[in-house]
Design a binder for this molecule. Structure first.
Ligand SMILES: Nc1ncnc2c1ncn2[C@@H]1O[C@H](COP(=O)(O)OP(=O)(O)O)[C@@H](O)[C@H]1O
Ligand SMILES: [Mg+2]
Length: 602
């Protein structure tokens, strides 16, 4: 492509390799593509013959004019042929679009699905860093890009160039070198100008796109935080921030529009000059009796036919370029390697007993800030191990490591002695059930949200899990019962209700290992006791890891790990830890006092 300073500066040329990436998707519908090409070719033949028919009609009419006694049948036949060819031309183009549409849609479907699956494969960090609004916009642009590219690359650019060559050849054959040269030179000027001007405009278009994404992200983020906005009465502040993004977008749009004006007027000028000189020459020819009026009409028709598709060239070139860039962005997303991924050597975790061991584990999210340092503890099969510690001490991080959302920096996590890095993520996560600290629900009914724990479960099994999680009482009070829709991210439920949905999910999943991350933190003591009993029934004989902030819930644990600033400071059961009179004993006495105060207030 062009190597002007702009292209170099932007570092973006035409991304032809994207076409190659799309190629395999074409092959799925080989015969359709082939047929569509056939339609295209026939349509071109029809459209090239139209000016010739027109010329014949005009010349015949002219002859009739000069000799009124001549038969009128001939022009009528030609006129009918003219109409028929026009109709066939349009029809063939419609056939082509219909045939090829299927290929485009299937390609979009395949690639969208692939991207979606890949997004789920990418690591947690990627998603935490991403703005969902912007990401969905990228996806949308990618698919629109494919649609555009398929329609215009195949059916606009290539055929138009072929047509130009044909017309130039025909003009040369019929009217000599001058006409052919004017056409060729003007088309070359036109194309060169369009491409140069479009390259120059790309920068402004990108500004528009960036402003568009930023505006969209801002709006989504603000609306997701609806409640927070209200709590702090920051509607005006939000509106101002949104409007400042909109202002950037507006300015970018204006620049974009002005440059479009420059592009279009330049193109129009080249066309006008070419048309005028061709028609002047033709008029001269007619005046000199070297050409017929029919020739004049034919040349005019050819020029019109040629420049109408070229008129879109700037637009099409830019859009194709944009499309290629957008599709590439999507392919980039697809090519992005997840930080955590299975290898060919990954084995399926086959749980024997379910013995979990954190072996000298150190971890940080960012280099500068260690979160866990040399953490070691074991959860023996069938036992309940609790992890306690103040907020921010790294308890939930332990869970994320166990689920392998992140890999340890040092040390290893093993299950039944097998390093979890050597098993497939699917089999690892399948073996563990979790009631997370913050449960986010799908905007669906309670029934379906619980069923998410095991999508194949039948209604009865789901209802059973609901009962075991003590959700049934709450559901009885709801007018719509289990069919109540929970609102976006489950915001229509209270914290405790959400936790119970999460518990029901875990019960339904019934994995050999259970993890509770402050699973009862949003419950009052009475519900907590009820659920603890339920949990005890469920976890009977299971291996469980319980992260607790209320120590009363874990007094029965077989082992209690006390975490302080990412380090294990004490370990043992309730009685031994109290005897030790260390961190745990201190925490315990504080919480006991609180409990007495609460009791007294009641
Ligand atoms: N994705 C992340 N990136 C950077 N820091 C994080 C991330 N997740 C958690 N942290 C930090 O790690 C520390 C431990 O978090 P966490 O394990 O959730 O603590 P808790 O013991 O309360 O469950 C916190 O200080 C938190 O700010
Ligand atoms: Mg936590």
């Amino acid at each position: 492509m062009r190597h002007g300073h702009m292209a170099v500066e932007e570092g973006v040329g035409m991304k032809w390799h994207v076409m190659i990436m799309l190629w395999p998707y074409f092959l799925e519908f080989r015969s359709r593509v082939f047929l569509a090409m056939g339609c295209l070719l026939l349509a071109k033949v029809a459209s090239i013959s139209i000016p010739f028919l027109l010329k014949d009609i005009v010349d015949t009419l002219d002859a009739v004019n000069q000799n009124p006694k001549a038969l009128i049948v001939v022009p009528i036949g030609l006129v009918l042929a003219y109409g028929a060819v026009r109709f066939i031309n349009v029809l063939l183009n419609e056939f082509r679009d219909t045939l090829f549409g299927r290929v485009t849609e299937r390609t979009i479907r395949r690639i969208s699905l692939k991207t979606f699956q890949h997004l789920h494969r990418l690591d947690l960090d990627f998603h935490l860093d991403r703005k969902t609004g912007g990401l969905s916009r990228d996806l949308e642009r990618g698919t629109t890009g494919i649609n555009f590219l398929m329609r215009f690359m195949v059916f606009n650019i290539v055929p138009t160039l072929v047509e130009v060559l044909l017309v130039v050849g025909l003009l040369f054959y019929n009217y000599g070198i001058v006409f052919a040269l004017i056409t060729l030179v003007s088309v070359i000027c036109y194309v060169a100008y369009s491409i140069t001007a479009t390259e120059w405009r790309t920068r402004f278009l990108r500004e528009v796109n960036e402003a568009d994404s930023a505006t969209h992200s801002r709006a989504v983020d603000s609306l997701l935080n609806y409640e927070t906005v209200k709590y702090f009465t920051n509607e005006d502040y939000e509106a101002e921030r949104y409007d400042s993004e909109l202002a950037v977008w507006e300015k970018a749009k204006r620049k974009n529009r002005l440059t479009l004006f420059a592009l279009n007027s330049g193109q129009a000028m080249i066309i006008a000059i070419a048309m005028t000189s061709m028609l002047a020459l033709a008029a001269q020819g007619v005046a000199n009796n070297e050409m017929t009026i029919g020739d004049f009409v034919l040349i005019n028709a050819f020029m019109m036919q040629l420049f109408i598709p070229l008129n879109f060239l700037g637009f099409v070139y830019r859009e194709i370029k944009g499309s290629l860039a957008n599709i590439e962005k999507m392919f980039d997303l697809l090519a992005r390697k997840p930080k955590i991924s299975d290898t060919d050597a990954s084995i399926t975790l086959q749980l024997q007993q379910g013995r979990i061991e954190f072996d000298n584990v150190s971890f940080h999210y960012q280099e500068q800030r260690p979160i866990l340092t040399n953490v070691s503890f074991t959860v023996e099969p069938g036992t309940k191990v609790a992890v306690v510690g103040e907020s921010g001490s790294g308890k939930s991080t332990l869970v994320k490591l166990l689920f392998r959302f992140y890999d340890t920096i040092e040390g290893k996590v093993t299950i039944d002695g097998i390093d979890i890095r050597s098993v497939t993520q699917h089999s690892l996560r399948q073996a563990i059930g979790i009631v997370p600290q913050d449960t986010v629900l799908f905007n669906n009914s309670i029934l379906e949200n619980v069923r998410y724990g095991r999508p194949t479960a039948n209604d009865e099994q789901v209802m059973n899990a609901i009962r075991m999680a003590h959700l049934d009482q709450f559901i009885q009070d709801l007018p719509k019962g289990v069919d109540t829709v929970v609102g976006e991210r489950g915001l229509k439920l209270s914290g405790g209700e959400k936790q119970r949905v999460a518990i029901a999910r875990a019960i339904l999943k019934a994995p050999p290992i259970l993890v509770f991350d402050e699973a009862t933190s949003s419950l009052d003591s009475k519900s907590e006791q009820a659920i603890l009993r339920a949990m005890q029934e469920v976890t009977e004989g299971y291996t469980s890891l319980v992260i607790a902030h209320r120590l009363s819930t874990i007094v029965d644990a077989d082992n209690i790990v006390v975490l302080h600033r990412g380090q294990v400071v004490e370990q043992g059961n309730h009685a031994t830890l109290l005897e030790k009179d260390g961190v745990y004993a201190k925490l315990w006495s504080i919480q006991q006092q609180e409990a007495t105060i609460l009791e007294a207030e009641r």
